[in-house]
Design a protein around this ligand. Structure first.
Ligand code: HEC
Length: 125
């Protein structure tokens, strides 16, 4: 799976003349979200599942709540998990600090209610 996520990055780096690109692209991070976060945070990030079912995770489309948190705190939680990984798993083995930062800025903070983070609900590449 890691290989799959890496492929678009290698491609992008090549296309840009192999500059030091972040290890994961925004597209790669969206696919990662679809695999690893959707079951608790929802396809659109609103913490709602199909049919409006309430899921356990944070609602990223709740602007007031999101405004209270610094990116650094969100990154920390993503990498550390919540309550020893029992409430939310730790993703520090899958996401570097830089990648988690990109995920917060470009994916979670841009989440819109009703708009799937990965269109077609699939694990897009
Ligand atoms: C097993 C369920 C579960 C999974 C999987 C999960 N989360 Fe969470 N997440 C939670 C819960 C529960 C909370 C706390 C709810 C709240 O803040 O209201 C939370 C909170 C968060 C927060 C807010 C943290 C803070 O500091 O307040 C962020 C950011 C977050 N999750 C990101 C992610 C990302 C990114 C993924 C996938 C890589 C992910 N989560 C996967 C359950 C999950």
């Amino acid at each position: 799976m890691r290989m799959l996520l890496l492929l678009p990055t290698l491609f992008a780096a090549g296309a840009l003349g192999a500059q030091a690109a972040p290890a994961k692209t925004v597209e790669g991070l969206k696919a990662f979200y679809a695999q690893s976060c959707v079951k608790c945070h929802g396809a659109d990030g609103s913490a709602q599942g199909p049919g409006g079912k309430k899921l356990g995770g944070r609602d990223f489309t709740d602007a007031a709540k999101m405004a209270k948190d610094q990116d650094a705190d969100l990154v920390k939680t993503i990498r550390k998990g919540i309550f020893f990984g029992m409430v939310m798993p730790s993703f520090k083995d899958q996401l570097s600090e830089e990648e988690a930062g990109l995920l917060v800025r470009e994916v979670l903070r841009k989440a819109e209610k009703g708009k799937a983070i990965v269109p077609e609900g699939g694990t897009a590449r």
